[in-house]
Write a protein of this length. Structure first.
Length: 266
């Protein structure tokens, strides 16, 4: 989240060259809305932006159960001690001053993603104490079907924006037969892999319509539909109302969104 196009271009190019998937927001409100829907693994946040500033957005993210565990790194031209302390007290794990060095950004990204992943794989009682388990993680002891379901869902969530994503891509990435993967999802979710992908796209689209100011065309791209007309057709087929109608109704009655809970791999 940053309103400086020059800084954004440099940062986004560096992250994408390192094979990270990047979503950009030009102000805090737009960034907060995207974060609650996309649930990124890491958030870069400027301090001074149009609308609510980065400190306020960080507090909102840390106060939301869906986003409270996402690491936040401030990148700001404000370098005095009080500003840095304010960022860290708002919940950030790091504070980088502009102008930044690309290599430093990439290394800090790697470190904080690694720390976050390690913490998420620890049982609650040991994660609180910062204990590292040697030689195994809880995922290693999961039942095979549950572990496969977790790996498959993580693949889907990380590629949901790609129009070409197919059920066969998921099976191929895991090197398991398509029949077995479908059976696994039908047992755990009551649906096929194809339908799971479709439902996830429509759920994310509904949340973005209700919680962000992104255009319908922008939302369509975020959930894997390069053609807005095709997206609108699929959305209406799924939710029984057009994207515009859904957005208008959710603004009048926010309770419409209550049952659409952000998804995280289980």
């Amino acid at each position: 989240m940053d309103d400086d196009p020059d800084q954004l271009r440099l940062l986004v190019a560096a992250l994408r060259n390192a094979s990270y998937r990047v979503s950009v927001a030009l102000n805090g409100d737009q960034g907060y809305a995207r974060a609650t829907v996309l649930l990124p693994d890491l958030i870069f946040l400027d301090v001074r932006m149009p609308g609510r500033n980065g400190i306020t957005i960080a507090r909102l993210l840390k106060g939301n159960p869906a986003t409270q565990d996402i690491p936040i790194i401030f990148i700001s031209a404000l370098i005095n001690q009080d500003e840095r302390l304010a960022g860290l007290r708002a919940g950030a794990v790091d504070y980088i001053c502009k102008p930044f060095h690309v290599d430093e950004i990439l290394e800090r990204t790697r470190i904080h993603l690694s720390l976050s992943q390690r913490k998420s794989t620890l049982p609650p009682d040991t994660a609180e104490k910062n204990i590292v388990l040697e030689g195994k993680t809880p995922t290693a002891s999961l039942p095979t079907n549950l572990l496969l379901r977790q790996i498959a869902s993580e693949y889907i969530f990380s590629h949901i924006h790609e129009p070409s994503l197919k059920s066969s891509d998921v099976a191929s990435s895991m090197q398991v037969p398509m029949r077995r993967l479908n059976a696994l999802f039908e047992t755990s979710d009551g649906t096929s892999v194809f339908e799971f992908i479709r439902q996830e796209r429509m759920r994310r689209a509904a949340l973005m319509l209700g919680q962000s100011t992104l255009t319908i065309a922008e939302i369509a791209i975020e959930v894997g539909y390069p053609n807005p007309a095709n997206f609108s057709t699929e959305f209406k087929k799924f939710w029984k109302k057009s994207p515009t109608q859904f957005r208008n109704e959710s603004q009048i009655n926010p309770n419409i969104l209550r049952g659409i809970i952000p998804t995280k791999p289980v």
